[in-house]
Design a protein around this ligand. Sequence first.
Ligand code: C2E
Ligand code: MG
Ligand code: MG
Length: 618
Amino acid sequence: MIDERTEAARLDALRMLDLLDTPPSESFDRITRMAAQLFRLPIAAVSLTDFDRQWFKSRVGVSHTGLPREKAPCALVAESRDCLVVPDLLTDARYHDSPLAGSGARFYAGAPLLTREGFGLGAMCVVGPEPRAATPEEMAALADLAAMVMAQIELQHAFGRVDPLSGMPNRIQFLEDLEDMARDRPPGEPRIAVLIDLASPERLSAAVRVMGSVYLDDMIRLAGRILRAAMPAGCKAYHVAATQFAFVAPPDLAEPGCTVAMRRMLDRLAEVASPHLMAGLAAGLAPFRLGETAPRDVLRTAHGAAQDARGSEGRIGIHSSAQDAAHRRRFGLLQDFAQALERPDELRLVFQPRIDLASGACRGGEALLRWRHPALGEVSPGEFMPLVEQTSMARPATAWVLEAAMRQLAAWREAGLDLQLSVNVSAANLAERDLPGRVLDGLRRHRLSPDCLELEVTESTVMEDAGQALAVLEALAGAGIRLAIDDFGTGHSSLSYLQRLPAQVVKIDQSFMRGLMSDDRKQALVSTMILLSHDLGYEVVAEGVEDAEVRDFLVAASCNEAQGYLFARPMAAGDFLAWRQAHADGEADRHRQARQPRLAVPGERRPGRAVQAGSPVG
Ligand code: C2E
Ligand code: MG
Ligand code: MG
């Protein structure tokens, strides 16, 4: 009779090791082959005694993966924790009618797999087709091999493969098991990896601050237990990072089923765990093909999907390769931009003219950054600047642009041209206390007066850290540098707030010019913005002017300046000068013609200003 409590403890010890139903592994197979060779027998196995079956972790010469526990000699070895030799199964009263004997086996010898605590997990066994005896030396060697199996089990479990906090297999084990699984299962089998993240890094550190690390450890242990209990049959959960757990869904669970199962799991986690921590709870599903997707990519993509899902209503994200490609591109761009800053030929400035609407004159323009990536070709600043601005590269990037713009201004001045340039600066730049000093230093070095430079900041830029940003802006304005509020109308700030900024110029965002002539409300909005800005003492520049009707509307609304494809696209410095000359000549002609008397035709509209084609570079 088996003592029930001992058996429960034994089974628990077996489960803790997470060996049942795992794929075969070479480290065990090697020992099994040695056992077969030792006895010169065709069959050997490492078998584990589950509550109702003997399951083969490793096997030589057998095709099936297990036997019913009842009447399996290995079960007796595990229970008795002693070696067993059955010289002839057919004449043995206990096993003559066992499935093993039924399959033609006659000889059996097994040595117990004993844990340090003395639990018998199963047996290292050999089986032969003929009755025979086993010498004491053979049995001693078999016991040694069983001990080697146990050493391997303990090694795998303890050494760098188990998270000490949760007691669960860790990331290294996950990656290795994925590789084993790929060997064991049909090649290319579609599977889904699931990653559950309890909290974002920010939330995690906030939670540690508020509740302490002991509380957090308890929380993670609890989450681990919940996950283990909720695992689908045959699934093993891994603790792959501080707050992250992962598993591979069983082969029969496709995406919809997996999503439903995950929703249940997340609900259960959210129910029991701390709301402080679990508000950032998210899960990522990464469909992949066994043996085709590298295990690291499986984990990475599942993690990415979880990150994307965080904060979304459902909290479950499914990896898509399009999204992944976009992430990779962003990551690659950021890495490469650092190099671009160092290289002479990747970055350059282009210049887009700004036109005075009253006189038609061009007194300067906006300097815009261009990047020719060695592999990707031209990359738009609309793509890379928002990324760069979030990193420490915002500082060297703006420094590069400022220096290049000042160099250009100095070259123009040398050529006798008195031009102005505006340069875009990022939110991060306004946190640089030394920005005003560096800008002034640059102006001095290039012997430029401060009024030839204008800095463009967006309204949201200033909102981010109003105090510090204001101090920097005031220092710049105090030194005589003009400031413009870029992309005006797209943020959430009010004109009354902006009035506190020491800016002279408001640049109305190009989105207001799009479809302006067919939208009465937009027209009213633009007129009002111009009126209010004037009342508050700003000059107004309209961005993105693409057609003559919009320009005429802006002239009628007393907008000061305009910029847009109607006049010219951003151009290289040489083209900018050529364009400016042609534009000036065109304007002079127009004025001459306007002075010549002619007959007025009733109802005729004033002809639109001639559009000059600049060579498009931007
Ligand atoms: P922005 O400062 O508002 O610049 C105006 C953008 O509108 C430029 O795009 C310009 O090429 C484009 N544009 C000009 N006229 C028209 C038009 O008529 N129609 C249309 N559809 N677009 C027009 P670009 O050069 O691609 O720059 C995009 C944004 O990238 C800029 O918006 C600015 O926010 C940022 N950026 C560009 N260069 C720099 C830089 O040196 N530093 C920083 N911090 N940001 C930059
Ligand atoms: Mg701008
Ligand atoms: Mg703009």
